[in-house]
Write a protein that binds this ligand. Structure first.
Ligand SMILES: NC(=O)c1ccc[n+]([C@@H]2O[C@H](COP(=O)([O-])OP(=O)(O)OC[C@H]3O[C@@H](n4cnc5c(N)ncnc54)[C@H](OP(=O)(O)O)[C@@H]3O)[C@@H](O)[C@H]2O)c1
Length: 273
């Protein structure tokens, strides 16, 4: 059983790429109205145009750096009246920067990750949650990570930010207990998006990372987002962890496409790597 998302107002941060963009497409298919947020406005406008022509979607695009507290406050406090009652918030904007040992870490990169993944998520949530509480309705879906469940070598500060997302998620559910507001966290393993290119600032390295196993794709995570959003109102999906079949933990990735094919067709194919 699922509920309708027709005409629901959905705000998605980081809608210009990857998981946020794929989630926007899935919400559009469900007839939702979309507030698309990111720094790259041209990409948001392109997406809004595409969704309008394919699904008749009404969209509002907002150029916003979620780590800019004042900008978040002024932009989200001044939403046009028909957009201000946000039903579903997808806190997706986030990034990892480099994989360094802490003793070799770049403090500016740490600041950007903390400011975006933790503080940005909190700033956006704080602006929208008052309305949700007043209306006694709403759903906040936070995109965490398996890095929020385990640290891994050289993942230090990124993992810390995603542990924070997990803690914020748990706290939100406790603080909002007694209200009708729902809180969900989706924690993906490796998803092929622009994430690794941003992390290493190196497209070839990113392409190589995904080249010899079948990673998750952004649509897999968008599927989980829609699953959470369409449960009946008495159901709150607290947490979903999604791994590629070829991944068992942040540090265990089975590489070799041929083996993945063998898993799909075990009786006939010989194992080749
Ligand atoms: N890909 C993975 O393997 C993976 C695994 C687990 C969790 N995640 C999480 O999934 C989320 C989405 O990542 P993705 O994989 O879809 O990567 P992506 O393709 O690089 O997308 C990241 C999005 O975040 C936005 N963003 C980054 N900094 C921002 C800021 N300061 N203000 C506003 N928007 C900002 C980017 O938009 P602009 O640059 O246009 O601002 C972009 O739309 C992140 O929270 C990430 O930590 C990813």
């Amino acid at each position: 059983m699922s509920i309708s998302l027709l005409n629901k107002v959905v705000l998605i941060t980081g809608a210009s790429s990857g998981i946020g963009r794929a989630s926007a497409v899935e919400f559009a298919k469900q007839g939702a109205k979309l507030i698309l947020v990111a720094r790259r406005k041209n990409r948001l406008d392109g997406l809004a145009k595409e969704l309008k022509s394919q699904y008749e979607t009404e969209s509002l695009t907002i150029q916003l750096d979620v780590s800019d507290k004042d900008a978040v406050e002024s932009q989200l406090n001044n939403l046009p009246v028909e957009w201000k009652d946000v039903d579903i918030l997808v806190n997706n904007a986030g990034l990892a920067l480099t994989t360094d040992k802490i003793q070799e870490g770049n403090i500016d990169n740490w600041d950007i990750m903390i400011d975006t993944n933790i503080k940005g998520l909190l700033y956006v949530t704080r602006q929208l949650i008052t309305g949700m509480v007043n209306r006694n309705s709403g759903h906040i879906i936070n995109i965490g990570s398996i890095a929020g469940q385990e640290a891994y070598p050289c993942g230090n500060v990124y993992a810390a930010t995603k542990h924070a997302v997990r803690a914020i998620n748990q706290s939100l559910r406790m603080d909002l207990l007694g209200s009708a507001i729902r809180i969900s966290e989706i924690a993906p393993g490796a998803v092929e998006t622009e994430f690794s290119e941003v992390r290493w600032n190196d497209k070839d390295k990113a392409d190589a990372f995904y080249s010899d196993f079948s990673p998750l794709v952004a649509e897999d995570i968008a599927d989980a987002v829609i699953y959470c959003a369409t449960r009946p109102l008495h159901v709150d999906v607290a947490q979903i962890t999604l791994y590629p079949t070829a991944q068992a933990s942040a540090t265990q990735l089975h590489r070799g496409k041929s083996l993945i094919q063998n898993i799909a067709n075990p009786p006939t194919l010989a194992r080749k790597e």
